[in-house]
Design a protein around this ligand. Structure first.
Ligand SMILES: C[S@@+](CC[C@H](N)C(=O)[O-])C[C@H]1O[C@@H](n2cnc3c(N)ncnc32)[C@H](O)[C@@H]1O
Length: 296
């Protein structure tokens, strides 16, 4: 996907807002959602009479529908070299120190480090696009695997082995090859979300807030999360409630999303990943969330 020129994972200020519909339906009048599979690998879900959402069709082949053309002559070797070069740069950055500090925080002894056994990345974006566009996803991939490496003890974590997966409908065959070489298994929607347990590191770099809160986080309690600022999402959705009609999420779903956000935020600490010197906009806006272990 194209490099966004505005904060993503949030409302598009350019988007025309529809006037608010004050009449809220009683909970019993919940409408049945209709789903229509499109031939581009996405499904449209109508969540009310006036709103519809696109979600990846279940089981969609991740490489069947690249959204952007691949750079001509791009090879997996070239991507690997780029990944290695970026990793070296990232290791020396302040952002790397920030996440390493979080990983060093005391955990329960019986967990041996963080006790994390799965790392799931949702919404990385397409890697095998032209060089200027892929930098963003490439830096985000580097951050993801830096945290995983820390968790696996190579960077001072607890020594656990972590199963690493990634879900992104726009991955191409080349992306999958690169990721496979890095030990990351590509999974189709909704497998990624299904894999999230309380022993998971969930990474969702600028996944749209409504996908995070509606499709990934409900009923989940990942031990470590890096992604959009859930505090900000909650505050802004609360503010918008009753003022504008959101197109992405229907009235009832909006309240459900808020409940998911509130539950997620309960007792969690957070720190900003910070501005990354290597590429100003690639990581700015990402936050690390975790729960401290109880003392005593
Ligand atoms: C705003 S873009 C962010 C892409 C990239 N991480 C970045 O920051 O440029 C959101 C990404 O989430 C992906 N996405 C949307 N729904 C998804 C889902 N259910 N599972 C995995 N990825 C999804 C989109 O394909 C898109 O690449």
């Amino acid at each position: 996907m194209a490099v966004p020129d505005q904060p993503i994972g949030w409302f598009n200020p350019e988007k025309p807002h529809k006037p608010h519909n004050n009449k809220r339906r009683p909970p019993t009048a919940r409408q049945k959602r209709a789903q229509v599979s499109l031939d581009d690998g996405w499904t449209v879900v109508t969540s009310s009479s006036t709103t519809a959402t696109r979600i990846p069709t279940e089981g969609t082949s991740a490489h069947a529908h690249p959204k952007l053309p691949q750079e001509e002559g791009l090879t997996v070797q070239k991507l690997q070299q780029e990944y290695e070069r970026y990793t070296e740069i990232f290791r020396a950055s302040e952002c790397a120190r920030t996440v390493e500090e979080v990983l060093k925080r005391p955990r329960r002894e019986e967990d041996v480090g963080w006790g994390i056994d799965t790392a799931v990345c949702v919404g990385l974006g397409q890697l095998s696009v032209e060089a200027a566009v892929r930098r963003r996803a490439m830096w985000q991939l580097v951050l993801f695997l830096h945290v995983v490496e820390g968790l696996q003890g190579l960077g001072g974590g607890g020594g656990e082995r972590v199963k690493i997966s990634a879900q992104e409908p726009n991955f191409t065959a080349l992306d999958e090859e690169l990721l496979k070489g890095l030990g990351v298994e590509v999974v189709a929607h909704p497998r990624g979300a299904e894999m999230v347990t309380e022993r998971t590191f969930l990474y969702a770099p600028f996944l749209p807030w409504y996908v995070l809160l509606r499709d990934v986080l409900p009923g989940k309690d990942p031990r470590l999360y890096v992604g959009i600022d859930v505090h900000e999402v909650q505050e802004r959705v609360e503010l918008q409630k009753g003022r504008y009609r959101l197109e992405e999420v229907g009235d009832e779903e909006l309240e459900e999303c808020l409940q998911v956000a509130r539950k997620f935020l309960e007792g969690r600490q957070r720190v900003r990943v910070g501005e990354f010197e290597g590429e100003r906009n690639a990581l700015e806006g990402l936050w690390v969330y975790w729960r401290e272990v109880e003392e005593g």
